[in-house]
Design a protein around this ligand. Structure first.
Ligand code: F6P
Length: 366
């Protein structure tokens, strides 16, 4: 085993996601084998501000490959450039830019490169640290939403899609028994990847995604047409970011201190009520929620997460900093982190997957 190659640190930022532990495991093992010291930072950028980091060895990651969540902890609230550091006399939150604290902590631990496993918020922070604070970073694309640019897949997506597909299978049997319309609301923020993939895999009759604003009458027509064919039930998969033509997204809450403050949710219930009102068919909504994020990653996600973790350390070995590891044409490559922190990756409306759905009679609300 090599010795004294340098010092790395790893953190997980943003919402948790199946496969985070598989990346951490791969990072720690690869770093260790190549002679690096590797620090695990607790709770995302929060731990980097408070200096909450500890040395890790392969022993610390033993057995975590199939485990959901992250052994390092995470948060999607602590933006280090706009960090809630107390309250003023009027009870107003005081925000501070903590970049100097981060830089000093990394220097104190002699960290050569910071590996950031995160979604768009964490990768934007990483990009800013590399561009303007002199910190070497390598990003790993994490999110169940699959909405990051420059990569064909984020780890976690496959597990969320599998979970949603299983939910659709289960909804079919109860919908059929009760002659109901069942709406399944899935996550995905402003992109429809989870809804599209699980909707097709789970045999939905309608799939509503943010990229194609929906017309309620079109959805109703599909349900009525099925009724005429003797199908007394219908299954609708709706992405939390879906919106009607000329209408708006449905917001469930605002999370202050978060990089992205809007949380979506509620469109499924609205839709179920409107369908029941217009058709007279009993309609129910299921919000799949955090079940998509929790639990054990699929084999695909474990493999992808492992490849990403190894590639992140390989980039450090080569001194190829300020990049994100990515999947393109089933090869792991690196792309500049600035590009990875750019516009989200939406479902192309002319995608062959949507075309396939249309050919088999799925209604996309248009
Ligand atoms: O980005 C992952 C995700 O699960 C989205 O699909 C969802 O909109 C959001 O995070 C929920 O965030 P929170 O954990 O803050 O409720």
């Amino acid at each position: 085993m090599k010795k004294d190659a340098g010092v790395l640190a790893v953190l997980t930022g943003g919402g948790d996601c199946p496969g985070l532990n598989a990346v951490i495991r791969a990072v720690v093992k690869t770093a260790f084998q190549n002679g690096y010291k590797i620090y695990g930072i607790a709770n995302g950028f929060h731990g980097l501000i408070t200096g909450d980091m500890k040395l890790m060895t392969p022993h610390d990651v033993s057995g975590i490959l199939p485990r959901g969540g992250t052994v390092l902890g995470t948060t999607n609230r602590d933006n280090p450039f706009h960090y809630a550091s107390g309250e003023d006399a009027n009870g107003e939150i005081i925000y501070k830019d903590m970049r100097d604290v981060i830089v000093n902590n990394l220097k104190a631990y002699k960290v050569d490169c910071l590996i950031v496993i995160g979604g768009d918020g964490s990768l934007k922070i990483a990009s800013e640290l590399s561009a303007n604070c002199g910190v070497n970073v390598v990003g790993v694309p994490k999110t169940i939403d699959n909405d990051l640019p420059c990569t064909e897949r984020t780890f976690g997506f496959d597990t969320a899609m599998a979970m949603a597909t299983e939910a659709l299978d289960r909804l079919h049997t109860t919908a059929e028994s009760h002659h109901r319309v069942m709406v399944l609301e899935v996550m995905g923020r402003y992109a429809g990847w989870i809804a599209l993939h699980s909707g097709i895999a789970g045999g939905s009759d309608c799939i509503l995604i943010p990229e194609i604003p929906y017309d309620l009458d079109s959805v109703i027509k599909k349900i009525e047409a099925r009724r005429k064919q003797g199908k007394q039930f219908s299954i609708i998969t709706v992405a939390e970011g879906a919106k009607p033509v000329g209408g708006d997204i449905t917001i469930s809450r605002i999370v202050k201190n978060s990089f992205e403050q809007i949380r979506l949710g509620g469109v499924g219930e609205k839709l179920a009520r409107a369908i029941e009102e217009k058709t007279g068919i009993e309609s129910r909504c299921t919000v799949l929620g955090y079940l998509q994020r929790g639990g054990s990653p699929t084999a695909y996600d474990r493999l992808l997460a492992t490849r990403y973790g190894v590639a992140a350390v390989e980039a450090c070995i080569k001194g190829k900093y300020n990049v994100m590891v990515a999947l393109q044409a089933d090869k792991i490559i690196t792309v500049p982190i600035a590009k990875a922190a750019s516009e989200p990756h939406f479902v192309p409306v002319d995608s062959d997957i949507i075309r396939a759905g249309r050919h088999i009679g799925i209604n996309f609300g248009d």
